[in-house]
Design a protein around this ligand. Structure first.
Ligand code: SF4
Length: 167
């Protein structure tokens, strides 16, 4: 049997949560011996086609293309983990949810008609089934490593399943 495969995907985000994974350095090297990192464009242009055992999803869904892509990723992933405030709650981009995004694009872009965007910024879970969520901005390195090790070993991660916030 081959090594389990890990894929990392970016949507609208600052890349900070992916950097948390890269910052794991020693642990990531050890992990890399046990798994195939099949898709992680922040670290390598090499891409192994799916399906994938574990997908980490960073960023919020903000464009029609994002909507299509998150469904494709879900279909390709045995376990999907949303990482960070952008992927779990819409992130700072979700401020647009309380305003008219067309007004913003008309102010920011010289040719707003070329901008194909959604009226809202939403978490992955509003579009597809999400198996685990890691909260934080950025995510906690210890929780990320625990989640990856547990999932790749076939056990339940020992991480919080709910937010510390009650609202
Ligand atoms: Fe960046 Fe924070 Fe979004 Fe992570 S949750 S991608 S650190 S803005």
């Amino acid at each position: 049997m081959g090594k389990p495969t890990l894929a990392v995907w970016k949507f609208a985000s600052c890349d900070g949560c992916q950097l948390t994974l890269l910052d794991c350095e020693d642990e990531l090297l050890a992990l890399a011996g046990e798994i195939t990192i099949a898709h992680f464009l922040e670290a390598s242009s090499a891409v192994v086609p799916g399906p994938y055992d574990v997908s980490l999803v960073e960023g919020s869904i903000t464009t029609p293309a994002d909507e299509r892509r998150i469904h494709e990723i879900r279909e390709q992933s045995r376990v999907l983990v949303a990482i960070g405030a952008c992927a779990t709650a819409g992130g700072i981009q979700a401020l647009r949810n309380f305003a008219d995004v067309r007004e913003f694009t008309s102010v920011v872009y010289a040719r707003p008609e070329y901008i194909d965007t959604l009226a809202t910024s939403t978490p992955a879970s509003e579009h597809v089934r999400v198996d685990f969520e890691l909260r934080g901005c950025p995510i906690d390195r210890g929780q990320l490593l625990e989640t990856l090790c547990a999932l790749l070993a076939g056990r339940e991660p020992a991480t919080p399943r709910t937010s510390v916030c009650t609202e």
